[in-house]
Design a protein around this ligand. Structure first.
Ligand code: 5GP
Ligand code: ZN
Length: 112
């Protein structure tokens, strides 16, 4: 997608601190972290939001959770726990319209 910030990060056109990458998924540190660990895990395929997930994407969405599990271990937040958040649309507070999973931890997170 032409004007998508996260597609630009995938292509290396915008710098980011990448912590995981394979052929289908990339994970990088959030530019405005809301917790000591705040990583965004995204499919390389441009999907706007949860509403646009197709049956063919189910495998990759499942794999994203496996990557999140690995990252939580590497970041040493697996034992104490963490939060995974996916915002969808305007009411959900989604600012970047490229499906992304927030992985947050490293402190006791506020209820909301
Ligand atoms: P949303 O509100 O859409 O669920 O979350 C978007 C997230 O992307 C925000 O937490 C924001 O800080 C992060 N973000 C926005 N632009 C950039 C960027 O250029 N680089 C990085 N690393 N994160 C970004
Ligand atoms: Zn995109």
């Amino acid at each position: 997608m032409e004007n998508c910030i996260f597609c630009k990060i995938i292509k290396g056109e915008i710098p980011s601190c990448i912590v995981y990458e394979d052929e289908e998924i990339i994970a990088f540190k959030d530019i405005h972290p809301k917790a000591p660990v705040h990583i965004l895990v995204i499919p390389k395929k441009h999907i706007n939001c949860i509403n646009d997930i197709e049956p063919e994407d189910e495998k990759i969405i499942g794999k994203i959770y496996s990557v999140i599990k690995q990252l939580a271990k590497v970041q040493n937040i697996d034992k104490n726990g963490y939060r995974v958040v996916v915002n969808c649309g305007e009411d959900g507070g989604q600012e970047v319209m490229h499906l992304h999973f927030h992985l947050m931890g490293g402190k006791k997170l506020p209820i909301k």
